[in-house]
Design a protein around this ligand. Structure first.
Ligand code: A2P
Length: 289
């Protein structure tokens, strides 16, 4: 994959976002971040997904500032996502988003998401959660108007959170990022996003690595002579869903880009989609009021 051929999706802000980005959850420490970003830029990644809670915003920003010139790239060639931590939902949201901006220190953030519908320290059922979310969204809208956050969106929102946001927002979310893989097809959320013009993005496409050894994934991988990771990522991008595989291994970082020179047959797509059973490998936001 090269930067000129890297496929993109159009956000409702009019900006093109790469369909493939590097996830950075659990990528910590300046050297690990530097090595992964170097390998990713060499492999053609132009999108990087961070978050305040990953504690790697500063290392990611520093690595990019050093590495972009080495790869003949500028700030405008990359798409950087970060997220507001649940600890700062509500009252502290403006300050926390400004902190993300200063940690990354890349001038602006391409996409900034509310990471979680709840607030750290409150019960999931606490009726202050909706008000806190609304306050956070207002902070993001303000920073978007100032040009500091080029696009704003949400992560881990369920259907009711999305409906509530669409009814109350001044600026609609550009994107919803949720767990998505063959065992969690998120059919309802995907169709609501489509209806609202919100980009639906996957995280944990590999099921935290667990899905890589699923017998059906292995069978499809064997059929098409691809790796299980490529099959799982291709299953998503073939449906137009952007993906964010995380790897700290340069070889896997490279192999996870090889998604656009093959396609899965309808039969293989159906076989994978038939695994849908609502299984989550990550956090479940279902009970957040
Ligand atoms: P590693 O960083 O050692 O490569 P998810 O994106 O679903 O959260 O999955 C991420 C996990 O999958 C990480 O543990 C990562 O480990 C592993 N992983 C990423 N790409 C591959 C690959 N191509 N083959 C095997 N494991 C992978």
């Amino acid at each position: 994959m090269s930067s000129s051929t890297s496929p993109t999706v159009l956000l409702n802000t009019g900006v093109q976002m790469p369909i493939l980005g590097l996830g950075t959850y659990k990528l910590v420490g300046p050297e690990n971040v530097y090595q992964a970003v170097d390998a990713a830029l060499a492999a053609g990644y132009r999108s990087f997904d961070s978050a305040a809670v990953y504690r790697n915003e500063a290392d990611l920003g520093r690595a990019l500032k050093e590495l972009l010139p080495k790869h003949g790239l500028t700030r405008e060639d990359v798409f950087i996502t970060s997220k507001l931590g649940p600890k700062h939902q509500g009252q502290g949201s403006m300050e926390a988003a400004l902190h993300s901006l200063s940690q990354l220190d890349l001038g602006y953030i391409d996409l900034y998401l509310i990471h979680w519908p709840g607030t750290q320290g409150l019960q999931v059922s606490d009726q202050r959660n909706p008000g806190n979310r609304a306050k956070s969204w207002a902070s993001l809208e303000e920073l978007h108007a100032q040009g500091k956050l080029k696009a704003i969106g949400v992560s881990n929102y369920k259907l009711t959170h999305m409906k509530e946001l669409m009814q109350s927002c001044k600026i609609p979310p550009a994107l919803l990022q949720v767990e998505f893989h063959p065992q969690l097809c998120q059919t309802e959320l995907r169709s609501v996003c489509k209806e609202y013009g919100v980009c639906f993005q996957a995280y944990s496409s590999l099921g935290r690595g667990e899905l890589l050894s699923h017998p059906v994934v292995l069978e499809v991988a064997k059929n098409c002579d691809r790796t299980p990771a490529q099959v799982l990522l291709r299953w998503a991008v073939q449906q137009g869903v952007p993906v964010l595989p995380k790897s700290s291994n340069p070889d896997r970082i490279q192999r996870n880009t090889e998604l656009f020179d093959f396609s899965l047959s309808d039969a293989d797509m159906d076989k994978l989609s038939a695994l849908d059973c609502g299984l989550r490998y990550c956090w479940d936001p279902s009970d957040v009021a």
